[in-house]
Design a protein around this ligand. Structure first.
Ligand SMILES: Nc1ncnc2c1ncn2[C@@H]1O[C@H](COP(=O)(O)OP(=O)(O)OP(=O)(O)O)[C@@H](O)[C@H]1O
Length: 504
């Protein structure tokens, strides 16, 4: 039976060693008998490559793609090595210092940079300046001897990258502002300064920061810094103020000396307190009518002892017992804590203020904060009030308030001393921290009085005040000061009686 034979037959067989191979069975022309020849094509392993390369060399698209891919790989490797190399070099050769805006050295550094460029400008040189196109302005006020002040504009690096040279070495400063993060206390955006220089000069960081700190301290030297509470921390309020000389606050005889002596003796007894396990703190309460010199005296006393003042307003919005406690535990060194008008802080608390606000410091919270943890750290608290009678006895018991002192309306001899301070021929000022006697500056058209004339007029002032006092009328020291500023020595005598008021 005739069986038609396929002209060509393909079969796949398993090549035991080299994997599957394709056997192509080709038949010779019909009529040439049954001769069958078999050709074997190699499998994908060893032979695979020649197969792939054949396809690639035969196909121009494949070969071009492979070429491009190769270049891409090489470039990626190169790029990566450059990045790694740079990072490595940076790590080995450069050093960076980060100063966040929360750190105390942050304003010091900016002030230092401003001072560097300003001092160079002053000398008529090119500003030291930093190489930059992004500047920010810091305005400060310079006080002249005659009391007038002038605004000084200092250019500091704004957000961006800047370069400057310090002790012959280049530094890069990057000032970055975070648009999303905010300093909740100051309300200003979170910022970071990053200083970079060569590793070999890393020691210059500390000398640069030391210089910046010294500059900041020099600007407060001989001045009193007033701190106020910003959230849970103390921040300087305005520029440091020139010290007020003690003699400029005229109190009734012996009062000033009594408080000063008490405080000085306390300051020298830290060891004594520690040995007995007594908390090292002292409280003072100055009470009396408005304008009797309570705040002025505390300022002058702080200046004379080279102390600063932490001013706390108990009725402040957002102040809670916890915050108060925290703040009193973090008072900057050599500072008095000043609580003004302590009475009103608590009478307001019961009521609600006009805008419906209620402060959340409680009376017991204040007592706890005043007592604090029994610490060996020095704590000096001054409180003032116009209404002594309204104070809760718990607030002013010994241990919380150790010295109560009345600063009253003007007494006769007190008014005379103030008069002589204003119209006498010499006046005391503070220069380089020292009290210096100087001739008084006369106002325009004023004829100077002899010492005897000043004394006689002073006696008359004393007599008027005593006379008024016997009639139950008094005048505050602040009103007298105002009168002496406005009028001449003779003229003021007439004005005193008018300013006297029935005493409360
Ligand atoms: N005893 C004083 N000697 C010299 N100046 C005084 C005296 N008392 C008040 N003054 C002047 O009056 C002004 C107000 O004084 P100060 O604020 O110290 O008074 P105060 O007693 O704290 O008033 P208040 O109770 O209203 O807070 C200041 O400019 C101060 O110079």
């Amino acid at each position: 039976m005739f069986r038609p034979r396929p002209a060509q037959q393909t079969a796949v067989s398993q090549n035991s060693e080299a994997g599957p191979s394709i056997n192509v069975i080709t038949s010779p022309d019909i009529g040439q008998g049954n001769d069958v020849s078999t050709t074997s094509i190699p499998g994908p392993s060893a032979e695979d490559q020649s197969f792939v390369s054949r396809i690639m060399s035969d196909n121009p698209y494949f070969s071009a793609g492979a070429g491009l891919m190769g270049i891409g790989v090489v470039l990626t490797v190169l790029r990566r090595s450059v990045t790694l190399g740079t990072t490595f070099a940076q790590r080995r050769m450069l050093v960076t210092l980060e100063i966040p805006s929360k750190d105390r050295s942050y304003p010091w550094f900016l002030e230092w940079m401003a001072a560097q460029s300003a001092s160079q400008v002053g000398k008529g040189k090119k500003p030291m300046g930093f190489r930059s196109h992004e500047l920010a302005v810091e305005t400060s006020y310079k006080q002249h001897e005659n009391g007038s002040s002038e605004a000084v504009f200092n250019l500091v690096p704004g957000p961006g990258t800047h370069y400057f040279k310090y002790q012959g070495t280049w530094f890069q400063v990057k000032r970055e502002r975070d648009a999303k993060l905010m300093d909740l206390h100051s309300g200003s955006p979170w910022e970071t300064l990053t200083l970079t220089t060569l590793s070999a000069y890393r020691h210059l960081f500390s000398s640069l920061l030391t210089e910046a700190r010294a500059l900041a301290e020099a600007s407060t030297e001989g001045k009193t810094v007033v701190y106020t509470a910003w959230g849970v921390e103390w921040r300087p309020f305005g520029k440091p103020r020139g010290r007020r000389e003690m003699g400029s606050v005229v109190l009734a005889e012996g009062v000033s000396e009594k408080i000063e002596t008490d405080l000085r003796s306390f300051l020298g007894r830290g060891k004594w307190y520690a040995e007995r396990g007594i908390p090292y703190r002292r409280g003072y309460l100055l009470h009396g009518p408005p304008g009797s010199g309570k705040t002025s005296f505390i300022q002058a006393l702080a200046g004379s002892l080279h102390y600063n003042i932490c001013l706390l307003n108990l009725a402040e919005r957002g102040l809670t017992d916890d915050k108060l406690n925290h703040l009193l535990g973090l008072v900057p060194e050599r500072s008095f804590i000043l609580l003004e008008d302590v009475d009103s802080a608590f009478s307001k608390r019961v009521q609600t203020s006009e805008d419906g606000y209620k402060s959340s410091v409680t009376f017991s919270g204040l007592l706890n904060a005043l007592d604090g943890v029994a610490s060996s750290e020095e704590r000096i608290i001054f409180m003032t009030t116009n209404h002594y009678e309204r104070l809760d006895p718990a607030l002013i018991r010994p241990g919380r308030v150790d010295l109560h002192e009345l600063l009253d309306d003007a007494k006769g001899e007190q008014a005379k001393r103030l008069f002589i301070k204003f119209y006498g021929n010499s006046t005391t000022t503070i220069e380089n921290g020292q009290e210096v006697e100087k001739g008084r500056i006369l106002r325009e058209g004023e004829i100077p009085l002899t010492d005897q004339e000043v004394e006689d007029l002073g006696n008359q002032v004393q007599k008027i005040i005593e006379d008024e006092y016997s009639r139950g009328r008094t005048i505050s020291m602040a009103s007298l000061q105002g009168l002496f500023i406005r009028t001449g020595a003779q003229e003021c005598l007439e004005g005193i009686r008018e300013l006297c008021r029935p005493s409360e």
